[in-house]
Design a protein around this ligand. Structure first.
Ligand code: M6R
Length: 366
């Protein structure tokens, strides 16, 4: 049931304030001072003492894992590697008993991810799952896990599952950071509080859908697009590009913003839309100069910015504002306008949004 929406994808985009809330509800104490993830309690000693965390996943789940890498290294201070499950399983990877492997999968059925954890388990690693479908194959192979509680996702293009995966990884990063003594009381409480504000901030972003649709209209005939971000917003750039490719069939690439000058800058001209995720954080000044580099070559800049940002407004062709937040929370906010743009561009191009060509909801073949 599409609940009055034209497509499942649009319904699922709009469900995100609720689905993210469902993901953290019951896992954050009422007074917002503690995080409790019951499903991984038994492996917490392994996790907090892990020498290394390896995240395995495919597609959008791999992008969520890459957000997790930034947050885990920042707050938990544990080295993280994010692996495409298909590459990891076939290259005789070095795994030992002090490693913790986290498999991320909406469906819990992705063949490569399942095979990767079976192999890592045989080699003695501790396996944790972050999955959406309860009782699916991956959770049955793991030692412990956290369900994302996003609710059933029908659109082939993953939206609410991604934000729930990122929510779980964010909670894990904060909780492990706290247990390892890296986060003091005040900061820990502030971070938890910031996470609980996400649903209401997303409601605000969703109210600007018509404005975002207007921007989509201007770029619907593009043949290429670039997406740029830095830090934990770089994987959001990758995710924005994937959303556009898979449902609108426009070629799109995501890049870390500073990598642009090592090649992709050659593509920029007045026909190239460049989506820049440029909210206020520690790399803000750097991303502002990346925007200048694009404008100097006549590229069209659509920037996702923190509300009230006048500097970028004066440089970019369009800005989409998101409410101010702590930088660790920005992936959850900034991905949503990118989902909305892709959705509307695909609809305007007459594409089958919920069932794009050549794609299946779960990839159970390798
Ligand atoms: O069910 P999974 O999370 O394991 O699926 C992984 C990918 O197949 C999936 O994220 C795919 O990239 C989506 N179509 C992205 O929207």
């Amino acid at each position: 049931d599409k609940n009055g929406y034209e497509h499942y994808m649009l319904k699922e985009i709009h469900e995100q304030p609720t689905s993210i809330g469902d993901t953290f509800r019951g896992r954050i104490s009422i007074d917002k001072t503690k995080i409790f993830l019951g499903g991984i309690i038994d492996v917490m000693p392994k996790l907090t003492q892990a020498k290394r965390i390896i995240i395995v996943a495919c597609g959008t789940s791999w992008h969520a894992g890459t957000v997790g890498e930034y947050l885990f290294e920042e707050y938990a201070r544990i080295p993280v590697e994010v692996e495409y499950a298909s590459e990891f399983r076939y290259r005789n990877p070095i795994i030992n008993q002090d490693d913790v492997v986290i498999a991320i999968s909406q469906s819990g059925e992705t063949a490569d991810t399942l095979a990767a954890i079976k192999m890592a388990k045989e080699k003695g690693a501790t396996i944790i799952g972050i999955c959406n479908v309860v009782g699916s194959s991956i959770p049955r192979e793991t030692h412990a896990g956290v369900y994302t509680h996003a609710g059933i996702e029908i659109g082939v293009a993953s939206t609410k599952a991604f934000t729930s995966q990122v929510t779980v990884l964010t909670m894990m990063a904060f909780m492990i950071g706290r247990k390892r003594g890296n986060l003091y009381d005040d900061l820990y409480k502030k971070l938890i509080h910031e996470l609980t504000l996400v649903p209401e901030k997303l409601e605000i972003i969703l109210k600007s859908e018509n404005y975002i649709k207007g921007i989509a209209e201007m770029y619907k005939d593009a043949t290429n697009a670039l997406y740029l971000g830095r830090g934990c917003l770089f994987p959001v750039a990758l995710e924005g590009a994937l959303k556009l490719k898979e449902i609108s069939y426009i070629h799109a690439e995501g890049y870390p913003a500073a990598e642009m000058k090592h090649g992709p800058i050659a593509l920029i001209d007045e026909n190239m839309p460049v989506f820049v995720i440029a909210t206020k954080d520690k790399s803000y000044e750097k991303i502002v100069s990346n925007i200048q580099e694009v404008k100097a070559r006549s590229g069209r800049v659509i920037a996702i910015v923190t509300e009230g940002d006048e500097t970028i407004k004066n440089m970019a062709d369009h800005v989409i504002e998101v409410p101010d937040s702590h930088e660790s929370i920005a992936p959850l906010l900034t991905v949503v306008p990118l989902q909305i743009i892709s959705y509307h561009i695909a609809v305007m191009r007459g594409c089958n949004v919920d069932q794009p060509r050549n794609l299946a909801k779960s990839v159970t073949v390798e």
